[in-house]
Design a protein around this ligand. Structure first.
Ligand code: 87F
Length: 530
């Protein structure tokens, strides 16, 4: 028999107001009382959110990541603790990506965290713009280090001296390495959990080939894996494309990316990047090989990365006023089973049915858990697991037990579905697939509503003020993008190019650039961004 329940954490929903836990008495409040009580209790328990997504997005986001137990704030600004609830998402993405790159014959390795200053500054163009973000270790104990040591912000300069050493002849190629690690970039602007933190987790791939063709092909193969992480796992639609000369990685030849959009803020966000570095780094680090004809040639290189930022984008896109909404494919708990017993009911029978439900689902490969805690009411548990974004809740009460069924409640749309216990695994699987698809469809529809096609400067400014993601015909000139940036500078941040989509709409002959009036050469996405 569980000990009596204490209703300190009481936040009921209508369905369970009429229930009390076995051996306890809770009065059913009147509608008026229950409304008042709800507000009071929310504060007391920390359940529920005080900010709405549509009203104060920034505060809403911080509240969600903390209350969903993904993040804990740390005593160093811009640094955050990743709690198991978010780390599990990172691990699920790793479990997808790591085998995929292994199929491509990419191997994992690990290079040191520390960089000597000489090596860091070797590739000047590359590090120049980033120098203020590099963090340095200057002391050990009380004594100053003779030479300060940098902490990696990325690992080109760490790895490439060894690529130079390891690559001798064409038989050493391709060299395809990846590492899962942390990097540190001492950002000064507005830190945000997952989105902009001073330390983050990522994978960085660094590959070297004998030919440009091989490098070009890999850039796109990796970009496709990044699209799949966003679209198939996180249920976030992205646009694949090429970065402008101004926005590309300065040390490389060209940069491709997947770009997401946050409708609430009207900002684009770079989801992941896959660069072709060309031969710039090969020149600097003397990464040469003897080709089949016995001639000395330089390698062609790529680098590519996705980071824990992916998690932030997912929270921003799917979260709602009840908290986090997790796509089933990345949810560490896909189904939470909650017993809903009440007075005189067969409590043990209900608990057993919950355990059996978890077992059946687990055997079918579904990540299911039960919440048997006896110091929380069912209603409190509903709110708790909604806040944490669990895709499906299963409630089992006396009526369900009698009817040999369970009640499933969807996190994405609140729909309630009664499922015969006999069909459990099959039906829950279908529901989870449906939730995954629905999250992607709804997010795509919202994103598409924010896309505005424009042709003139006036239309551009108007669309920007309406927080749109703008698709515009452009002349693709660096000075014109710099000019657009300058002309749109303001409190909200300037507009810049997000990418030129690979999937180009038709560009009729004679179409002019929206900004310069020169002939347009391509369609490009523009907007404010993170
Ligand atoms: C900050 C400090 C120093 C970004 C930095 O995108 C250097 C850098 O090189 C820096 N911030 N970058 C660009 C990173 C390029 C590239 N590195 C490998 C990637 C993918 C993974």
């Amino acid at each position: 028999m569980p000990p009596p329940i204490h209703f300190v954490h009481f936040q009921e929903t209508i369905r369970c107001l009429s229930f009390t836990m076995a051996g306890t008495e809770a009065k059913k409040p009147s509608a008026k009382q229950s409304g008042a009580k709800k507000k009071e209790v929310k504060k007391e328990t920390g359940l529920g959110l005080t900010h709405r997504k549509a009203d104060n997005f920034g505060e809403w986001y911080s509240e969600v990541v903390v209350n969903a137990e993904m993040i804990e704030y740390y005593d160093i600004s811009g640094c955050y603790i990743l709690r198991p609830w978010s780390m599990a998402i990172w691990e699920i993405m790793q479990e997808f990506f790591d085998p995929e790159i292994k199929k491509m014959k990419i191997k994992n390795c690990y290079f040191p965290l520390f960089v000597s200053p000489g090596v860091l500054q070797k590739e000047k163009d590359h590090v120049e713009g980033f120098a203020p973000e590099v963090a340095w270790v200057t002391k050990s104990g009380e004594s100053e280090l003779e030479i300060p040591i940098a902490i990696r912000p990325t690992s080109e300069t760490v790895m490439y001296p060894y690529y130079s050493k390891w690559i001798r002849g064409h038989r050493d190629l391709p060299l395809k390495l990846n590492q899962w690690c942390n990097v540190v970039r001492w950002e000064f602007s507005n830190p945000t959990p997952f989105i902009r933190s001073r330390e983050f987790l990522w994978q960085e791939g660094h590959t070297a080939f004998a030919t440009k063709e091989e490098a070009d092909a890999e850039v796109l193969d990796i970009l496709e894996l990044y699209r799949r992480i966003y679209e198939e796992y996180l249920a976030v639609p992205v646009i694949k494309g090429k970065k402008s000369e101004l926005e590309k990685f300065a040390g490389g030849l060209y940069t491709t990316s997947v770009e997401a959009f946050i409708p609430n803020t009207g900002r684009g966000i770079q989801g992941a990047t896959s660069h072709c570095l060309g031969q710039n780094f090969a020149k600097m680090f003397e990464i040469n090989f003897e080709n089949e004809k016995g001639e000395k040639s330089m390698v062609w290189q790529n680098s590519w990365a996705y980071s824990t930022r992916t998690i932030g984008v997912m929270v921003m896109v799917h979260g709602d006023d009840k908290g986090l909404v997790l796509p089933p494919k990345v949810a560490s708990v896909q189904v939470i089973v909650i017993p809903v017993p009440y007075k005189d009911a067969d409590t043990q029978g209900i608990f057993d049915a919950c355990s059996a439900t978890v077992n059946t689902l687990s055997e079918a490969g579904i990540r299911a858990e039960s919440d048997f805690r006896d110091n929380y009411s069912p209603g409190w548990k509903y709110s708790h697991w909604e806040m944490k974004g669990v895709p499906l809740r299963i409630e089992i009460g006396p009526k369900d037990l009698a009817n040999k069924q369970v009640r499933a409640v969807r996190r994405d749309n609140g729909a309630k579905i009664d499922i015969a216990s006999a069909d459990l695994a099959v039906e829950i699987k279908k529901l989870l697939d449906n939730i995954q698809q629905n999250l992607f469809d709804v997010a795509t529809q919202k994103r598409d509503e924010c896309i505005q096609v424009i042709h003139t400067w006036d239309e551009f400014v108007q669309a920007l003020n309406q927080r749109k993601m703008i698709l515009a015909p452009w002349c693709d000139e660096e000075e014109v993008e710099a000019d657009v940036k300058a002309r749109t500078k303001g409190e909200m941040g300037a507009a810049k190019t997000l990418c030129s989509p690979f999937d180009q709409p038709e560009l009729p002959e004679g179409t002019k650039c929206f900004a310069s009036g020169k002939p347009a050469t391509k369609w490009t996405y523009w907007g404010r961004s993170y």
